[in-house]
Design a protein around this ligand. Structure first.
Ligand SMILES: NC(=O)c1ccc[n+]([C@@H]2O[C@H](COP(=O)([O-])OP(=O)(O)OC[C@H]3O[C@@H](n4cnc5c(N)ncnc54)[C@H](OP(=O)(O)O)[C@@H]3O)[C@@H](O)[C@H]2O)c1
Length: 266
């Protein structure tokens, strides 16, 4: 009988990993979704939805379902689940891998203002006296910027927010990535943008704005990713994660997590 592999999902990479594993066989894949999205697309394999009830709940679930390994493919800005996964897997003695697309890194010609919180981002706009700002952040973050009175905002979202936060001066734009470089160049020029606010999601779908900004010397206020446990093994791509999973078949289950090379990030 194939062993159970738990994917903590909610990202494109998590769907890709489940698809690739289903195509290869050898594992019974259980996907876990937080349950934030109504009627989510279901990944390949079994799916469970909803929180585990913290670290203890996760450790219990791992034992009850005899999970052989966990792959944490939650979003880079999901701040809690990675810590719970590290501690839950340690308690249950289950190997854990973090699969995360690399963060964007500034080059010498980039003008980035790194910030740790959205409050810092709003404060940075005030300090820089930003006049025309492309706000490429999620709908939940908009309220942090409504009282930045001296800036005009171009707010790009996938769909209209309801309710719409009250900005002094803003234009609303609804579109879904990926965004092409020429379109991003035209957007920055048409609206005379001098500052972009976004989060360091990484990946290619939304990186063209950074290239267009670099070409124009436009500042980018970049929200840094939240910290994650340093000791957890990492993969940057689905292929790397599959290699790690392939290496598991001969590996004993570590009842004492201290003994696990995966827990030591090897
Ligand atoms: N934050 C973002 O920007 C973002 C963007 C796109 C997608 N997502 C996805 O949305 C989900 C929730 O994001 P978040 O920012 O609220 O995460 P979070 O702050 O890391 O997690 C909060 C709580 O939600 C539950 N949870 C999170 N991911 C889960 C999963 N895959 N399966 C089961 N329970 C999960 C856990 O509850 P318990 O403690 O009860 O186990 C966790 O303690 C994540 O799976 C993430 O991949 C997040």
């Amino acid at each position: 009988m194939p062993a159970n592999l738990l994917i903590l999902g909610g990202t494109t990479e998590a769907y890709d990993l489940a698809d690739r594993l289903a195509g290869r066989g050898g594992w019974h894949v259980i996907n876990s979704l937080a349950g934030r999205t109504a009627n989510p697309r279901l990944p390949a394999g079994e799916t469970r939805i909803g929180g585990f009830g913290g670290v203890e709940g996760l450790a219990r679930y791992l034992a009850e379902r005899s999970i052989r390994a966990v792959i944490d493919v939650t979003h880079p800005f999901a701040a809690r689940m990675g810590w719970n996964a590290a501690e839950g897997c340690r308690l249950a003695g289950v190997p854990l891998l973090r699969l995360e697309r690399p963060a964007w890194r500034p080059g010498p010609d980039d003008v980035w203002e790194p910030v740790e919180t959205w409050t810092d981002a709003a404060e940075t706009l005030r300090r820089l006296a930003a006049r025309r700002v492309l706000l490429a952040v999620g709908r939940q973050e908009l309220t942090h910027f409504t009282d930045v009175d001296d800036s005009w905002f171009l707010i790009r979202l996938v769909t209209p927010p309801d309710p719409k936060p009250a900005f002094q001066a803003a234009e609303w734009l609804y579109s879904r990535g990926p965004f092409a470089l020429d379109d991003e160049r035209a957007l920055l020029d048409t609206w005379a943008i001098d500052t972009i606010v976004c989060k360091n999601s990484g990946g290619e779908a939304t990186s063209a704005k950074l290239i267009a900004a670099r070409e124009r010397g436009i500042r980018v206020v970049m929200l840094q990713r939240p910290a994650r446990p340093a000791e957890v093994a990492r993969a940057a791509t689905v292929d790397e994660a599959l290699n790690w999973i392939d290496g598991l078949s001969d590996t004993p289950i570590y009842l004492d997590a201290e003994d696990s090379p995966y827990q030591r990030g090897v």
